[in-house]
Ligand binder design. Structure first.
Ligand SMILES: Cc1cc2nc3c(=O)[nH]c(=O)nc-3n(C[C@H](O)[C@H](O)[C@H](O)COP(=O)(O)OP(=O)(O)OC[C@H]3O[C@@H](n4cnc5c(N)ncnc54)[C@H](O)[C@@H]3O)c2cc1C
Length: 451
């Protein structure tokens, strides 16, 4: 999907364009919306291809997988103009592996008498909420919080739940009644109805999972057709210059370009290093992202997990989640075979980060076989391994106040920070899309005033 140009010729022709930093879904959506509003966007992407985290891979053996997103809604596909190439997904479900048993999530867990009693006790006598750990205990009861929610939050974030902000829990929660309704709608319609995928738009039986033929990256093709001529690849934005409190220029691959505004999708903790001429963003350097490794292993057979996604809150395991994407999208693996993706939370340079692919495959297989010993005989071999230093923004209580301020505005006139890493928010693609459209209204207002 490389319609974008290789050299930064685009922006030389433009008079003070809006610089868009990054060509993932956020940057491309921003550029298309700015152009729709009659503004000129110049998109600078440091990589050799567009898409960012929305990258898909297919190998010669017939296995496909995506970098981050596997699960997208028909509403997003329609909004992006990619509905025609998208297949409807018939089933999606989650389970939790706990002490040798699998529980359907969330109702299988809720039906356990121990967890139900503890949740009721918490409802009758809620405690004060200072951290994510408190939030989980209040919302789910102490038993479920200690056995499932807290170990998962800690593996996923790399921080003690007592140091995480309550916002972590609030972001993850979906109401029981809503979940019941959406599960029932799924059964009735034979479509995997989305639950918890959008906080910007209502979820209903009419919003369900789809998967684009050829991978999630193809979702961006229609947008790229519209704005590809504005995208410069291998063009790293090295500086954003601020004068008199306003963004005036960017430096790309050593050249300065005058701009009317800058829209960044880069991780927020790099902004203090990118932005020159103000110290207003300095505190963002403390914000942490959780690095992650994704290990793909291949097996004979299908539907080897109890459901599409298996949560593993066992602290002695290297991974906290295993996904069998072919459970929901059978076309992602050859007939009679499947692929499991293991998520390992880590730190850059730690033992897991530095481990060889063979050893990563071995520890994941050994861990899986502690839960399901019979799967060892079905193991075929390892697939692709992916690593990223910026998988998840970590909401630590110590910078929660600053995070909330930053969520409202960057504090620098003409600088906007959008997308998952740019907003420092656990956003899925659909909400990135809707939120970016809204933000571009602000950019248009600002540039209009500035003209
Ligand atoms: C493990 C995982 C699972 C996920 N699962 C789902 C899912 O099932 N469904 C879903 O909808 N979403 C999912 N997501 C989220 C989704 O993948 C992301 O939210 C989305 O792809 C982020 O898009 P973005 O444009 O904000 O950022 P990115 O895709 O990260 O794009 C940012 C771009 O900016 C570029 N860049 C950075 N700095 C510079 C610079 N200085 N100069 C020029 N370019 C720069 C980068 O190279 C990159 O291409 C998942 C994410 C993860 C990590």
């Amino acid at each position: 999907m490389n319609i974008a140009v290789k050299a930064p010729a685009v922006w030389r022709r433009l008079a003070r364009p809006v610089a868009v930093i990054g060509a993932g879904i956020a940057g491309l959506t921003a550029a298309a919306e700015l152009e729709r509003r009659g503004l000129q966007a110049a998109v600078f992407e440091t990589g050799r291809a567009v898409g960012g985290m929305a990258a898909s891979f297919k190998d010669a053996d017939g296995y496909s997988y995506d970098f981050g997103a596997h699960f997208v809604s028909n509403r997003l596909a329609r909004a992006l103009g990619a509905e025609d190439i998208s297949h409807t997904v018939g089933h999606y479900g989650e389970a939790v592996a706990l002490r040798g048993r699998s529980y359907a999530y969330p109702f299988g867990l809720a039906a356990s008498p121990r967890y139900a009693a503890s949740a009721l006790a918490a409802r009758l006598k809620p405690g004060s909420v200072e951290s994510a750990a408190d939030w989980f205990r209040n919302a789910y009861g102490a038993a479920l919080a200690e056995d499932v929610a807290i170990p998962l939050a800690e593996a996923w974030s790399g921080a003690p739940a007592s140091e995480l902000s309550p916002a972590v829990g609030q972001k993850l929660s979906a109401g029981v009644l809503k979940t019941l309704y959406l599960k029932a709608a799924s059964r009735l319609t034979g479509r995997a109805v989305c639950n918890g995928y959008s906080h910007e738009m209502p979820e209903s039986a009419a919003v369900y999972h789809v998967y684009p033929e050829g991978g999630v990256s193809r979702l961006l093709e229609p947008t790229l057709k519209r704005v590809g001529h504005r995208v410069a690849l291998e063009s790293r934005v090295e500086r954003i210059f601020v004068e008199g409190g306003r963004v005036v220029a960017v430096r790309v691959n050593g050249r300065e370009v005058g701009v009317s505004a800058a829209v960044s999708t880069a991780p927020v903790h790099v902004l203090p290093r990118l932005v020159e001429g103000t110290d207003k963003l300095d505190e963002l350097a403390r914000f942490r992202y959780r690095p992650m490794i994704f290990v793909n292993l291949r097996f004979e057979g299908r539907n080897l997990l109890p459901d599409t996604m298996l949560w593993v809150p066992d602290r002695s395991q290297p991974f906290f989640r295993v996904t069998e994407a072919p459970f929901s999208m059978p076309w992602l693996a050859p007939e009679g075979r499947t692929q499991l993706t293991f998520d390992i939370g880590c730190e850059v340079g730690d033992a897991h980060w530095s481990m060889s692919d063979e050893d990563l495959a071995r520890i994941c297989l050994d861990g899986l076989c502690r839960i399901y010993p019979h799967l060892r005989a079905r193991y075929i071999g390892a697939g692709g391994m992916l690593k990223t230093p910026f998988a998840y923004p970590v909401y630590l209580s110590r910078y929660e106040r600053r995070r909330q301020e930053f969520a409202r505005e960057t504090g620098v006139a003409g600088l906007y920070s959008i997308g998952r890493n740019g907003e420092f928010a656990h956003l899925l693609m659909e909400d990135i899309y809707w939120r970016t459209l809204k933000r571009m209204q602000q950019v248009a207002d600002y540039v209009g005033q500035d003209a």
